[in-house]
Design a protein around this ligand. Structure first.
Ligand SMILES: Cc1cc2nc3c(=O)[nH]c(=O)nc-3n(C[C@H](O)[C@H](O)[C@H](O)COP(=O)(O)OP(=O)(O)OC[C@H]3O[C@@H](n4cnc5c(N)ncnc54)[C@H](O)[C@@H]3O)c2cc1C
Length: 325
């Protein structure tokens, strides 16, 4: 990890050993063809502000079969060309299936895709993101061109049971956590695992029923939601993920104080700043040092932190894992 603060073992306890996993089995110059196995909306309601699909792809018989670990991503090459005539570029999607896939035999890889829609900068006409809409339009049986897997750090540690986990997601950032939680479930959910999920509207919660079910079934797993644009039956104020961390500090505080705990953050680029600020406000300096190393210049000016200070002035330690896009 390039932006990790320099540490030594006595200074920082609980440093995880990250397994050395293979990546790039399938390179963009020799992609493989998968077939859509299932596709469905995974928001809580069709009235959600965004359209997000759970998409399962059969990769049996290809070099991607059984070739990924929870937390990695795969590449999709959409058909067609850009306006300059060049082929469309590859886009990455986090794997939402556990290691071994949806069916355990390595054949079904999954992701969670949000349709990107925008207004054209020049014409203000509707702009549909190329790859996300291509993927979400696919039907069962359709072919899709794939590469990967990609990722060697945003992974569960070598011995998952040696650690506890705080997973913080916004939107489709839930994908790698679905994958990791399913891996932990296969191990009998040996670790205290808290998932914190942030969305704009309650209807945008993803895999909500499944996650609620797991929280009931597994004593060590808890599921916390933060809805930022309206009040809900269990939320009397609008909350971002960092606000939920603060609201539920009676649960998160002891977890963060434990040497076993690792912090994973995935989703909307920029979300990490708010999380880092709340950690800096809530944790005692020696606890904070387990997760972040601050440039003394900014340590007492938390309100004025900006994203560009990461990673130069706000360095995460090896107990923090970040994937934002
Ligand atoms: C490691 C990693 C993991 C990821 N995992 C996921 C995942 O699990 N799920 C997921 O949904 N996404 C994921 N992404 C994001 C994904 O790779 C794509 O970036 C995303 O789907 C958008 O791609 P697109 O082709 O649909 O949009 P694009 O066509 O690439 O457009 C992207 C954006 O560009 C802007 N834009 C481009 N041209 C114009 C223009 N002329 N006028 C106005 N705006 C313009 C628009 O704002 C648009 O939103 C991940 C990214 C990374 C790096």
């Amino acid at each position: 990890m390039s932006d990790a603060a320099p540490t030594n073992a006595s200074e920082l306890a609980g440093i995880p050993i990250i397994p050395a996993v293979d990546q790039h089995h399938v390179k963009p110059n020799a992609p493989v063809i998968g077939k859509v196995h299932a596709t469905y909306l995974c928001t809580t309601s069709r009235k959600a502000a965004g359209f997000v699909r759970h998409i399962e792809i059969d990769v049996s018989g290809t070099a991607l079969e059984n070739a990924w670990h929870a937390g990695q991503s795969f590449g999709v090459i959409p058909p067609g060309t850009q306006s300059n005539g060049n082929p469309h570029k590859l886009r990455l999607y986090s794997i939402a299936a556990p290691t071994g896939g949806e069916t355990g035999d390595g054949t079904i890889i999954t992701t969670t895709v949000k349709r990107v829609v925008d207004e054209h900068w020049d014409t203000h006409k509707l702009l549909e993101g190329v790859c996300s809409n291509y993927l979400c339009d696919l039907n069962v049986g359709d072919e899709v061109t794939l590469t990967g897997p990609v990722g060697k750090r945003f992974l569960l540690p070598e011995n998952p049971a040696d650690h506890d986990y705080i997973f913080i997601a916004t939107g489709t950032g839930i994908a790698p956590f679905r994958s990791m939680i399913m891996d932990l479930i296969k191990l009998g959910m040996p670790s205290r695992t808290a998932l914190l999920m942030g969305v704009p509207y309650e209807s945008d919660l993803l895999y909500d029923q499944t996650l609620t079910g797991w929280a009931k079934e597994y004593e060590h797993f808890s599921y916390h939601t933060a809805v930022s644009r309206h009040l809900t039956s269990n939320q009397t104020k609008k909350l971002y993920v960092q606000d939920r961390l603060s609201e539920n500090f009676d649960q998160f505080g002891p977890m963060l104080a434990s040497e076993r705990t690792l912090l994973y953050i995935c989703g909307i680029a920029g979300m990490e700043l708010g999380v880092f600020q709340i950690l800096a406000r809530l944790l005692e300096p020696e606890q904070l040092a387990q997760y972040l190393h601050l440039d003394p210049e900014i340590a007492n000016d938390i309100d004025n932190w900006e994203r560009r200070m990461i990673p130069k002035k706000i360095k995460k330690t090896k107990r923090v894992f970040l994937e934002v896009y």
